[in-house]
Design a protein around this ligand. Structure first.
Ligand code: B12
Ligand code: SF4
Length: 500
């Protein structure tokens, strides 16, 4: 069977870097393992129009991924495909998985989506593929209408999906349990991507071009429930791959694919410190530690100690992020971060002592923030003095506790899913005395006060990467320090392309 997986194009600033989509890389790998012919259409880098691609490839099954800002473009792609070809279209990813807001039904309502896969996708995707293949065997003149005929009951027992039958009825089958044995999954199928088209998203060293920079996922899930985080609405259970399985893939990335740097994408890689120690030891034993790597999304500050960081440094860890979020102790409790400021201070101290670079993720505009508490956040970032301080504008994602708070006591300032991005300079909601003007003022102040100090300026200009990427860095600086308008131009262009 021929399957097609799509990553919808997204209107982030034009020079935002891109990387292959790991969720699709896993889905492509399990499809290949099943014996399917697989194509990945990453609209971020693809030049052929999707309609033309569909006409040539003629898939039997299409899967589209979507986080919140991508979902409308995913629906446009579905419309574009159905105009050309009758094929079942499945959507999955963080956005349509939010059942508390019926976002699975929202995608079915959009017109051309047949099935929504909720949560982790590999097993469900394979079962859908089997159903479609079986149906095709018995119905050589395929029609989606027949496939979703309620009398046939094809989809009745498939766990983890929501779908619409041809009589217009909506169905939400029970959730599928999370995959326990992550070692049973094949490794992401990077050979399905046009690797040369990517600009390198997980940089340990900004100077390495995209095709030489790879990501890896050593665990899935997160046991914490931070109020602002979309991960908090996914399955609670944290699961990990064995060190042997992780290091075997690492070796493949380095020796077979020529990785010059690696980004670890886990939400919380250090939940079991012993496992991380073992991974580090094995990287050293197998002489893979010459390739720099980075914890892109941060590790838990409360599960860090000197010995662990020293071993990780020896294993090649160049940089790690920590979710610090706020500099105000009271607010830190209200967001359920389950960590205190002294623990965070200690994590930065030991990490710097062993010579690992640090990133602090901070949030401006949390519910309950005031001018003073946002200033606490800026001051705490300055006190920690990481190499990079990343201030995000609080964006309430559907299904999170903050989303509920804003719905109850505040006012959302955005109506369009395409605006659910947090590196814009625009406030996304107002609540009580927390006005958009105040949040936007403090957001700009955060970047100015943190970066326009002699230390960070000197550190930055000393880096080779800074000079290698000077035009891009200048653009980022302009965007960050100066107020700007929403980028509607690119969005309009995308809509026009998709619907023409
Ligand atoms: C790496 C990453 C990025 C990278 C790369 C994105 C990429 N190309 O993959 C970058 C930095 C670009 C990025 C950007 C953004 N991201 Co991001 N990102 C992540 C992160 C940390 C890991 C993604 C990943 O690889 N996961 C592992 C793979 C295996 O999981 P997966 O992609 O979800 O896919 C599985 C299932 O979702 C499902 N599935 C997914 N798609 C499909 C499709 C089909 C057909 C099927 C059957 C199943 C299926 O099956 C897959 C396999 O199990 C996640 C957090 C997380 N833990 O997932 C956040 C996350 C996805 N990002 C998030 C956000 C908010 C963003 C931004 C909007 C942030 C911003 N700048 O404002 C942007 C959006 C940019 C864009 N173009 O989409 C949110 C999404 C929340 C939401 N409701 O949408 C997450 C969940 C973080 C969080 N905890 O809040 N991100
Ligand atoms: S912010 Fe980090 S620790 Fe908190 S729920 Fe999200 S992934 Fe887990």
């Amino acid at each position: 069977m021929r399957v097609l997986l799509i990553n919808p194009r997204f209107r982030l600033p034009i020079d935002t870097r891109t990387s292959p989509h790991m969720g699709l890389a896993y889905l492509g790998a399990v499809s290949e393992e099943r014996g399917d012919e697989v194509a990945i259409f990453d609209a971020d880098i693809e030049e052929t129009p999707l309609g033309d691609f569909i006409q040539t490839y003629k898939p039997n099954l299409v899967g589209i991924t979507a986080n919140t800002p991508q979902v409308k473009q995913a629906w446009r792609h579905a419309t574009e495909i159905k105009k050309v070809f009758d094929v079942p279209i499945v959507i999955g990813g963080p956005h349509p998985s939010v059942v508390s807001e019926e976002l699975d039904y929202e995608s079915l309502d959009s017109g051309n989506i047949d099935i929504v896969v909720r949560g982790e996708g590999e097993e469900t995707w394979i079962e859908i593929s089997e159903k479609v293949e079986d149906f095709l065997k018995h119905h050589p003149t395929f029609s989606t209408e027949e496939l979703f005929d309620p009398a046939k009951g094809v989809w009745d027992k498939v766990l983890g999906i929501s779908y619409k039958t041809s009589d217009g009825e909506y169905h939400r089958n029970p959730d599928r349990p999370a995959i326990n044995d992550l070692d049973s999954l094949p490794w992401p199928a990077y050979h399905l991507f046009k690797m040369d088209g990517y600009t390198n998203l997980q940089p340990a060293t900004d100077a390495v071009d995209g095709s030489k920079s790879f990501s890896i996922l050593t665990s899935r899930g997160c046991p914490y429930r931070c109020t602002f985080c979309s991960q908090s609405i996914m399955p609670v259970k944290w699961r990990s791959r064995t060190p042997e399985n992780v290091v075997a893939e690492w070796e493949h990335l380095v020796r077979d694919l020529g990785a010059q740097e690696i980004g670890v994408l886990d939400d919380s890689a250090n939940i079991r410190k012993k496992r991380l120690f073992r991974i580090a030891e094995m990287l050293i034993e197998r002489e893979l530690n010459h390739v720099p790597w980075i914890f892109v999304n941060g590790i838990r500050a409360n599960l860090v100690d000197y010995e662990l960081m020293a071993t990780l440094k020896k294993a090649g860890l160049k940089r790690t992020a920590f979710g610090v979020e706020t500099g105000n102790p009271e607010l830190l409790k209200t967001i359920d971060k389950k960590v205190d400021h002294d623990t965070i201070r200690n994590a930065f101290k030991v990490t710097k002592e062993v010579g690992i670079e640090t990133i602090a993720f901070m949030i401006i505009g949390l519910p309950g923030d005031t001018r003073e508490t946002m200033q606490d956040t800026i001051d705490f970032a300055i006190e920690l003095d990481p190499l990079i301080a990343n201030f995000s504008m609080m964006t309430p994602y559907p299904g999170t506790a903050v989303w509920e708070q804003v719905k109850r006591n505040g006012r959302l300032l955005i109506q369009d899913w395409e605006d659910y991005v947090f590196f814009e300079q625009h406030a996304r909601y107002e609540m009580g005395d927390l006005t958009a003007d105040l949040v936007e003022e403090m957001y700009r102040r955060a970047y100015r006060q943190f970066y326009l100090r002699p230390g960070p300026i000197w550190r930055r200009i000393k880096q080779k990467d800074f000079w290698a990427n000077l035009p891009r860095n200048a653009r980022i600086a302009m965007r960050t320090f100066l107020p700007k308008k929403e980028k509607t131009g690119l969005r309009k262009q995308m809509q026009a392309e998709a619907l023409s």
